[in-house]
Design a protein around this ligand. Structure first.
Ligand SMILES: C[S@@+](CC[C@H](N)C(=O)[O-])C[C@H]1O[C@@H](n2cnc3c(N)ncnc32)[C@H](O)[C@@H]1O
Length: 356
């Protein structure tokens, strides 16, 4: 069984900064790392990776990649997702749909590699979709606005001033989202906040006001011009909707691949229904989603869905196995942990459900 050390211990062992260790983990440069809560943990016997900063891999620098850090983002699962794609992508399969797009880890990976006649993305976070659409249509203006914010933020010498600026920007964002105008400024603030807030979280209170605190990042990249321009180019023919996932059935046909990545079903529930809080994606929603999965399947679309595996915490919880009994339910390894107690069990499993 693998034994782990913390990022701090790895930093001391390799004589590099703790932040550098986190970057190496996030870039998949150290095999078998995992997340414990919001902390990276590293196998004790890992070798220090070469410093590849000067010759950054072509893949990283040449390709569009997510512009936000997003809860449930699938960057860590990309290799597994890519090795489970249906056959015929880019040939027979000419349309792609992602109805819970979030940060779009798989979206960008596919658009970098394949060309589709039609692409459809959707998310019920309307400010996220506004940002996608501003990157697509008004990228230069967005870069200018975001670059100004970055210069201002970086001009402050200490964290206290940076923090003050963060809260001013957060207030401004909350004013703008209520009025629903200034699309470009809102998008710039959306990215600014994501880069400087605590852990890249997006959370609003009951009144719809964004309320995540300041994040104390050492030197965040706020305006990644090169990536934004690439994304803008990549999204040129993409249809974007800020709506509920059900809308995807109007797009899909037998030439479509649909990737469905809903909010995770919480792992720590006992069998039975999760709570019915207003903004949670509960078991009732998962059951409804399975109906949409079946509908998509019946029109001949190729469908892949990911979720947490309830067997990680309760081997008798066959919620998804029962719900998707007509399809293939694969269990794959994920680079995330349930909680500190579970760390001794190593990596947890994630479900991939395909109809092909
Ligand atoms: C697990 S995240 C997707 C992560 C994404 N695959 C990535 O790589 O970043 C789920 C997304 O679904 C969105 N969402 C939640 N409920 C939804 C609904 N009913 N319809 C559409 N999108 C929804 C959330 O806003 C969130 O962005």
């Amino acid at each position: 069984m693998l034994q782990y050390i913390t990022a701090k211990e790895a930093a001391e062992k390799w004589n590099i900064s703790q932040r550098r260790v986190s970057i190496l983990c996030a870039e998949n440069r150290i095999p078998d790392v995992a997340m414990l809560g919001n902390m990276w943990i590293i196998p004790r016997n890992s070798e220090k990776p070469d410093d590849a900063r000067k010759s950054k891999s072509k893949r990283c620098s040449d390709n569009a990649h997510p512009f936000v850090k997003w809860a449930g983002g699938k960057g860590q699962l990309l290799d597994v997702l890519k090795s489970n794609l249906p056959q015929g992508i880019g040939t027979k399969i000419t349309k792609y749909a992602e109805p819970f797009v979030g940060g779009g880890a798989l979206l960008f990976a596919l658009l970098n590699e394949y060309s589709f006649d039609e692409v459809y993305i959707c998310d019920n976070n309307k400010e996220l979709i506004n940002t996608y659409s501003v990157i697509k249509d008004s990228c230069d203006e967005l870069i200018q606005t975001l670059d100004d914010m970055q210069s201002k933020y970086k001009s402050y010498a200490d964290n206290e001033e940076k923090q003050k600026y963060y809260y001013e920007q957060r207030d401004r964002y909350n004013t703008l989202i209520l009025n629903d105008d200034s699309r470009v400024e809102k998008a710039a603030l959306f990215i600014f906040i994501n880069r400087t807030c605590f852990n890249g979280l997006y959370r609003v209170n009951k009144k719809g006001r964004y309320n995540v605190p300041f994040g104390k990042h050492e030197n965040p990249t706020i305006c990644d011009k090169e990536n934004l321009l690439k994304i803008s180019e990549t999204l040129k023919n993409v249809t974007m909707r800020s709506c509920d996932y059900h809308d995807v059935v109007n797009f899909a046909d037998q030439n479509t691949f649909v990737y469905i990545d809903p909010p995770y079903r919480p792992l720590n529930t006992t069998s039975g229904f999760t709570s019915y809080t207003e903004d949670q994606f509960n078991d009732k929603n998962q059951i409804e989603l399975a109906e949409v999965y079946k509908k998509l399947s019946s029109v001949g679309a190729k469908v892949m869905l990911s979720n947490s595996d309830p067997h990680n915490t309760d081997e008798n919880d066959d919620f998804f196995d029962d719900l998707y009994s007509d399809f293939n339910v694969l269990r794959v390894e994920a680079s995330r942990m349930i909680n500190s107690k579970a760390s001794s069990r190593g990596k947890i499993k994630e479900l991939l459900i395909t109809n092909y």
